[in-house]
Design a protein around this ligand. Structure first.
Ligand code: OGA
Ligand code: MN
Length: 275
């Protein structure tokens, strides 16, 4: 792509948050090269698993798959079953992800996408004001086995590498400056709220984001490539019968920056580690 085309594509992506390209047939190197036109590639670490999470020859490609070859899994099974945005449990979450459907089920295996701009805009002015500048604690350590019950627990070293992080619940998108809701399945606590009360609010907000009026459900065809913006959307792999259907997906992931929010009273709130 020339730079004018790349700029145009980025503007469309910033407007719509999720882009779909159909009938793509490319190599891992082409997938990587195309992703690089959007930013810096991120390499996924293994977490609580001996399973290779990335392609051996191309560690920039993360494999979501339920297929086994010679008794060995080709990738991570049941990745992303539950609403989230990629890297939300880290101080520097991932800006974007690009998922390529190689083998997609005839029945099920869809992916839901939610606009967290729309979800924020639909909240009452009182709730928007209440959340403005508040942060939530996201915890890989507390939620790993809840969100990934089929994976082994984190080692002590992995726990040290993934400390909890506080993110602004209302997030200012760094490129569009629009406000969105930033909360998901790794959130465990809300600043200034008792555990139970905060937990109830987290549940309410995550349920709110997944309402049908804010979501698009993508039915995959082999050769589909979906690029999504993790800063202003959430996504969810919708559970399917993975004992019957084969699903094999390749994902590239882009580096992001530290989330922040500019409050209506002029404060800048940033994500920080829990220490
Ligand atoms: C992901 C993810 C959803 C899916 O790759 O980040 O959450 O439907 N995948 O496979
Ligand atoms: Mn995901």
């Amino acid at each position: 792509m020339d730079s004018a085309t790349a700029r145009e594509l980025r503007d469309i992506w910033l407007e719509y948050s999720v882009l779909l390209f159909r009938k793509v047939d490319w190599t891992a190197a082409e997938h990587i090269a195309f992703t690089k036109t959007f930013g810096t590639l991120h390499i996924m670490p293994r977490l609580g698993t001996e399973i290779p999470v990335n392609l051996r020859q191309h560690p920039e490609i993360f494999v979501v798959s339920n297929i086994e070859k010679n008794g060995k899994p080709l990738g991570v099974k049941r990745a992303g079953w539950g609403w989230h945005s990629d890297g939300e449990d880290k101080q520097v979450p991932n800006m974007a992800s690009m998922l390529y459907g190689v083998k997609t089920p005839k029945v099920g295996g869809d992916t839901g996408f939610a606009s967290t701009y729309r979800a924020f805009e639909a909240l009452s002015p009182e709730t928007q004001a209440f959340l403005d500048g508040k942060r939530a604690r996201f915890s890989r350590v507390e939620m790993h086995l809840i969100n990934y019950p089929n994976l082994p627990p984190l080692t002590e070293e992995e726990k040290r590498d993934r400390p909890d992080v506080w993110h602004p619940i209302v997030r200012t998108h760094p490129e569009t400056q629009r406000k969105c809701l930033y909360i998901g399945r790794w959130a465990v606590e809300i600043e200034g709220m008792a555990d139970e009360e905060g937990g109830t609010l987290i549940d309410e907000l995550t349920t709110h984001i997944a309402k049908s009026e804010f979501t698009y459900i993508h039915k995959w065809q082999p050769g589909d490539v979906v690029l999504w913006d993790n800063r202003c959307t959430q996504h969810c792999a919708i559970p399917y019968d993975d004992s019957k259907e084969e699903r094999h997906m390749l994902r590239t992931t882009l580096e992001g920056d530290v989330p922040f929010h500019l409050t209506t009273d002029g404060r800048r709130v940033e994500s920080s580690l829990d220490q």
